[in-house]
Design a protein around this ligand. Structure first.
Ligand SMILES: NC(=O)c1ccc[n+]([C@@H]2O[C@H](COP(=O)([O-])OP(=O)(O)OC[C@H]3O[C@@H](n4cnc5c(N)ncnc54)[C@H](O)[C@@H]3O)[C@@H](O)[C@H]2O)c1
Length: 254
């Protein structure tokens, strides 16, 4: 039987998988045949988010914790026998004027959005190299934001952390290409997730952001999951160091 599942036989790590973009991507990856290590915290949230999903292994880890990268990669090796796809997606929002941003706000934002992404990439590289040597390919995909290229008032720490994701991804793409590992990053626009739920509860705010996009709607987590699947699939073999804007045309206008 010919399988039409685009990730059949692959093992993937998805962080921030209890909610929003990560949750939808873990589900889509599993539907496409992958075994998914779904990482988030607390345990109750990640276990509940994927209850009953046979191809999703819930793993409670704070990605910023000491030893977390090693524990996450070890889970992929234990449960799946290797690692094909790393989707670094866990992230936190931050909003404060630059002059009012505290050291703690800056550090907390960077700890999740940039440092943890780097540390999990670093920990995963040996396993990704091993798999790429066998199959010809492996993938890293990191969630940045349209704020990796632009910004807005109040986003000094957030935009800087997402620019860091772009710089890290492009550098790793250059370093890992010779092993057949591609490294790309996603630039979501305004997506209706846990992170934005509070502001999008307000009908007026929702309408403003929907109207800004060429497609005249907010993005949904499944829209992002499909974009990540494009980058994760075998069809993306020659795409690396690329920032995929998935914003419904939000940033077209000047
Ligand atoms: N929603 C948007 O409009 C938007 C736009 C651009 C970029 N993004 C990015 O998309 C990514 C996913 O966010 P989302 O919108 O789905 O939000 P979300 O809040 O629904 O999901 C983020 C998940 O990450 C998890 N997480 C946060 N810190 C963690 C940690 N230390 N360890 C483990 N898990 C942790 C949270 O518990 C949560 O489940 C983030 O990197 C975010 O910056 C979102």
């Amino acid at each position: 039987m010919v399988s039409h599942q685009r990730l059949a036989g692959k093992v993937a790590i998805v962080t921030g998988a209890a909610s929003g973009i990560g949750q939808a991507t873990a589900r889509l990856f599993a539907d496409e045949g992958a075994l998914v290590i779904a990482v988030d915290r607390p345990a109750s949230a990640i276990v509940t988010a994927h209850a009953g999903q046979a191809r999703i292994v819930a793993l409670a880890q704070d990605v910023t914790a000491e030893g977390a990268p090693e524990a996450i990669v070890a889970a992929a090796l234990r449960e799946g026998g290797g690692l094909d796809i790393l989707f670094n997606n866990a992230g936190v929002a931050a909003n404060a004027l630059g002059e009012a941003t505290t050291d703690a706000q800056w550090d907390d934002t960077f700890a999740v959005n940039a440092r943890a992404v780097f540390r999990l990439c670093r920990a995963a590289i040996p396993a990704l190299r091993e798999r790429a040597a066998l199959t010809g390919r492996a993938r890293i995909i990191n969630t940045a934001s349209v704020m990796a290229e632009r910004t807005d008032i109040g986003l000094s720490a957030y935009a800087a952390s997402k620019h860091a994701v772009a710089g890290l991804s492009k550098t790793l793409a250059l370093e890992l290409g010779k092993w057949g590992i591609t490294v790309n990053y996603l630039l979501p626009g305004a997506i209706h997730t846990g992170m934005t739920a509070a502001s999008f509860e307000d009908e007026k705010v929702r309408a403003v952001w929907a109207k800004k996009a060429a497609l005249r709607r907010l993005g949904q987590p499944i829209d992002m999951a499909r974009a990540v699947l494009l980058l994760a699939s075998d069809e993306a073999d020659f795409i690396t160091g690329h920032g995929l804007v998935a914003d419904g045309g939000l940033t077209l206008r000047t």
